[in-house]
Design a protein around this ligand. Structure first.
Ligand SMILES: Nc1ncnc2c1ncn2[C@@H]1O[C@H](COP(=O)(O)OP(=O)(O)OP(=O)(O)O)[C@@H](O)[C@H]1O
Ligand SMILES: [Mg+2]
Length: 414
């Protein structure tokens, strides 16, 4: 039975990878921190691990110590593959795979898939179309670099190494830049593992156009793009995702343009084995700009959407590539699926969520915060209180049904 080391199962991709491994007859060792396991793992996830995985604790805040411990564990257990289900651990998993001689990404470039400052440099060096970017440690330095680079407002301010749209702001003036800079720099450790983060703040040209996501599957350096899908993000100063629809309704030329851009980005950042998630914008003139790339599965239950809409199981593919097996990328369905997040009108205590109708397109709805729980004001992905997954024959039908669901739902906060 092949053995897989899975770094951090928290977050929704962990469950999909555990299920895929079970279906493939693969033994899994889940690695996390003891406190994270106690405080953050849902009862369902704990039950899954209890039924068909082993559990090992480590301290990811000490990446060198974790690397040594996990290398020894992998050798003792004769592990056949390593995966990460949490983006912050993708550089560690690349080093681990390289040291163990297992399929993985170019470990010398793995940080460029995680750190937006280093990513921007790698894109520039490879001529990949991406927003003009500078990175500064102080706001005074930022003003100077913005001017020297000829960047004009609006610009986007974001931390080098966060995720979930946390600390991402679109700003229109020096004053707004100073405030956004302070927010972006206010959290220099990644919860809940306490991983130290780069203190540089990234300032980017604001790129218009329409945003899409796309995954690229890479098997021993051969990159195959999947179908692009919609990434719906709020407008205004704060950018938070409010949903995704698989696939995007696009003409064939646009699909090809996005796929070629994503494959070029994958090559530029040294993704040689696995799945890479890219977010990119398509401009009115038909050109693209890559916003970011993560050497990881997509979050936000997109794994379930892709499976439902196209019959492609990205978690299974990820496990197979990590084990050196050949995945199947052939779609077995030609339908559409979407997710929409339920968000409160403001921060406070969640009182109720009502009005999720029985529309035929809704296949699953979940509250992720119990009534009585604290909720954050809308602004980043942490303000979600639940989600609805929809499935229909076409993306247009999914989008119409999703708009109706969001119009009918009331999230009450006191
Ligand atoms: N340079 C830019 N120009 C235009 N919009 C941008 C730019 N950078 C970021 N955005 C918008 O803000 C969103 C969040 O930014 P980004 O993806 O860099 O942060 P993140 O923390 O990785 O977020 P997430 O995990 O939600 O994707 C993007 O999906 C995009 O809609
Ligand atoms: Mg992003």
């Amino acid at each position: 039975m092949p053995k897989l080391l899975l770094l951090e199962a928290m977050g929704n991709t962990g469950e999909y990878v555990l299920d895929a491994a079970r279906d493939l007859g693969v033994e899994v060792i889940v690695v996390t921190h003891e406190d994270v396991y106690e405080d953050w793992y849902s009862p369902e996830l704990k039950a899954k691990i209890g039924h068909y995985a082993k559990l090992v604790f480590t301290d990811f805040s000490d990446s060198e110590g974790a690397l040594r411990q996990l290398e020894e564990l992998a050798r003792t257990e004769e592990v056949d593959g390593v995966v990460a289900c949490w983006e912050f651990l993708t550089p560690l998993v690349a080093r681990l795979a390289a040291d163990l001689g297992l399929p993985g990404n170019d470990s010398s470039r793995a940080l460029s898939c995680r750190n937006k400052r280093i990513m921007a440099r790698a894109f520039a060096e490879s001529g990949i179309p991406a927003p003009a970017t500078v990175a500064a440690r102080t706001v005074e330095e930022a003003y100077g670099l913005v001017r020297a680079a000829g960047l004009a407002y609006p610009v986007v301010v974001k931390p080098s190494e966060q995720s979930g749209s946390w600390g991402v702001s679109v700003v229109h003036s020096d004053e707004e830049l100073a405030a956004a800079f302070a927010t972006a720099q206010s959290h220099l450790f990644q919860d809940p593992h306490g991983i130290p983060l780069d203190a540089h703040v990234v300032i980017q040209e604001y790129v218009g156009g329409v945003e899409f996501s796309i995954e690229v599957v890479v098997v021993r350096g051969v990159a195959t793009p999947l179908i692009p899908y919609d990434k719906f993000t709020t407008g205004g100063a704060k950018r938070a995702e409010f949903g995704h629809t698989v696939p995007a309704e696009l003409d064939e030329a646009s699909v090809r343009t996005l796929q070629q851009a994503a494959v070029a980005a994958v090559r530029a950042l040294g993704v040689t084995n696995g799945v890479a998630h890219t977010e990119l914008k398509l401009l009115a003139d038909g050109t693209t700009r890559i916003i970011e790339l993560g050497a990881r599965l997509p979050g936000d239950h997109v794994v379930a959407l892709m499976r439902q809409a196209r019959g492609i199981d990205e978690a299974r593919i990820y496990v197979q590539i990590a084990l050196g097996l050949e995945p199947s990328l052939t779609p077995t369905a030609d339908t559409a699926a979407g997710i929409r997040f339920l968000t409160p009108p403001r921060g406070g205590t969640l009182r109720s969520v009502s009005g999720i109708g029985e529309s035929g397109a809704v296949v699953r709805s979940r509250l992720t915060v119990e009534p009585g729980g604290q909720v954050r004001a809308p602004g980043d992905n942490d303000s979600r209180v639940g989600y609805v997954i929809l499935h229909a024959d076409t993306a247009a039908e999914v989008n119409v049904a999703a708009a109706q669901v969001l119009a009918d739902v009331t999230v009450e906060v006191v």
